[in-house]
Write a protein that binds this ligand. Structure first.
Ligand SMILES: Cc1cc2nc3c(=O)[nH]c(=O)nc-3n(C[C@H](O)[C@H](O)[C@H](O)COP(=O)(O)O)c2cc1C
Length: 183
């Protein structure tokens, strides 16, 4: 296993085409995601995986859920759902717990989504994590079938990278680390 070299060059990709991962490959990524640290083993991660007609259906549901949706907005929803052959929505299924605040459960699901990105990268696929209005505007919750105790953590757009990879940023670990307390 050579995880670190992969991590050092992972990046997101916005131009995504077929093929998408198979169901088996998605399940492998989710299996790994379920190893994300999880306070009190609340198992907050859920994944809604959409392709093809399901993405078209979501676009139409978003149009229907938008009050006074203009043609331009409708076209935007349709093109958003054609950005990639697969969209994997990472959802936090939240539990009231005396020791595990919501933020910790959201952390677990965020880590899980990151793990999904890493496994997909290892399998030769690319992805990009997006949020915005679709993730946070309550008017879109019914279209995604969210229960009252669920929140979207991110939309992973998934597929095979098209075009060249963008250059990696020049970042230096020492600029992000301090080894001493103040004073
Ligand atoms: C929680 C979260 C939300 C994000 N939302 C968006 C988004 O809505 N639109 C977008 O272009 N990038 C978004 N990003 C950033 C991209 O997923 C990506 O990380 C960024 O473009 C940097 O590329 P890199 O991952 O290759 O470094 C988000 C990232 C995170 C972690």
């Amino acid at each position: 296993m050579h995880l670190t070299p992969r991590l050092l060059r992972r990046n997101s990709h916005v131009r995504l085409a077929l093929p998408a991962p198979s169901a088996e490959q998605v399940l492998l990524a989710v299996q790994a995601a379920l190893r994300a640290p999880d306070h009190a083993w609340l198992r907050p991660s859920r994944f809604l995986v959409l392709q093809a007609e399901q993405l078209e259906q979501l676009a139409e549901a978003l149009v229907a859920a938008t009050p006074d949706c203009t043609q331009q907005q409708a076209d935007k929803f349709r093109s958003m759902m054609r950005r990639a052959p697969m969209v994997l929505v990472g959802i936090a299924h939240l539990t009231d717990h005396p020791k595990v605040p919501e933020v910790e459960q959201l952390h677990t699901v965020a880590l899980a989504l990151g793990y999904v990105q890493l496994v997909l990268d290892e399998l030769g696929f690319a992805s990009v994590w997006r949020t915005g209005d679709l993730a946070y505007n309550p008017q879109y919750r019914p279209a995604l079938g969210l229960a009252d105790n669920e929140k979207v953590v991110g939309f992973l757009y998934v597929g095979t990278a098209e075009g060249s990879k963008k250059p990696l940023p020049e970042l230096h670990a020492q600029d992000f680390v301090r080894w001493q307390l103040p004073g």
